[in-house]
Design a binder for this molecule. Sequence first.
Ligand code: THU
Length: 146
Amino acid sequence: MHTSPVVPAGRSAPADLGALREAAFAALDRAYAPYSGFRVGAALWSDDGRVFAGCNVENASYAATLCAERAAVAAAVVAGAQGLSYLVVASEAHEASPPCGECRQVLSELAPDLQILSYTRGGAEARWMLSVLLPHPFSQQSLDRS
Ligand code: THU
């Protein structure tokens, strides 16, 4: 388990990690995962103290599946959230689950300094900085052609 700090230096109010965790597990309970049976919940914390949750939404056309983390990002964006600083992922796996590669890329667009905490029903947990999970994201700068 990584030991990066839970509260970043001076930038935002400390997250209510209990509330964030609760929201992630409540989202897990709403997951639509009839194909994989792998239910995931996610909850994002914005610097103004709001929580945005998402769950995975699978599809009979498997590739159309939406991950919990990207669902949470969409909820945050439509609500006008600024400064996403923490993400809690909740799963029922044996080990605490990190966001998949596609979700890392999407999270990096809006929350490059994100701290990620992952919990399982069974009590496993892990913590990562997004910048460690995805050190070289494709970014707006990557699109620069001049
Ligand atoms: N899943 C997520 O929701 N988040 C991830 O970061 C990894 C995978 C979902 C997608 C699919 O519904 C199920 O977990 C199995 O891959």
